[in-house]
Ligand binder design. Sequence first.
Ligand code: PAF
Length: 282
Amino acid sequence: MQTVRQLDLLREAIATWRAAGERVALVPTMGALHDGHMALVEAAKRAGGRVVVSIFVNPKQFGPNEDLAKYPRKELADSRMLAAAGVDLLWMPPAEVMYPEGFATNISVRGVSDVLDGAHRPGHFDGVATVVTKLFNQVHPDIALFGEKDWQQLAVIRRMVVDLDLDIEIQGVLTQREDDGLALSSRNVYLVPEDRARAVALPRALGIAERAIAKGGDPEAALAQAREMLTAAGFEIDYVTLADAETLGDPVEGQPMRLLAAARIGGTRLIDNIPVNTNEYG
Ligand code: PAF
């Protein structure tokens, strides 16, 4: 696996593959890799061609009171995992390569960025959209893979790719979970054992609400019950909601729906989401 930190060297490697007619898949990450990221890598390998993984802890997507400084950084372990998984190239640009002196551009995807996490983390999705656009322009992938755990991020990127006519296939990859159902996340390392034990209430509450809604129950009652479960487990809730899966606006009759939640336990903010499978009981 080549590890590259400078843009000209990245472009050289990609140009060599392109000249040989090879396809390129990109897995953008912020490092602190876990099995969720490795599932993206495996899906990228199945897509065929070369696999590029980027690691860049993007300051533009962290708010002033968020965890940028303490975000886990594990370069050596990450690099070993990726090499063992057969990744072709690790793109690890320093901050000054990603955002050189004078950088002044912002990509903002209105609507889908403004609700849910966007409302609770102002500027977050602008930071994501800006860095992902840069990664796309740096790597020029045929396909890019993102985890469904960050469902709203995936929706923002899909919207952006359509709006900007980017010729890149966006593939969402199923959320990977611990045995008890907690979604894998680099931020799970912040959870002390007591909070880790309580955190399982998040996927459970969503699962119970999903079954109630899928069976034709009142969505508001199901969401209220989910909120009660989370509060009883010690969570402080940012949102628990049912939304249109694509726009994240109000659900639309006949269109796919998604249950999404964000809540804090012991100071750690967790997010999760699941599809509402109305066909299951239809
Ligand atoms: O999902 C992430 O790890 C990040 O938001 C991403 C897509 C790599 C952009 O920094």
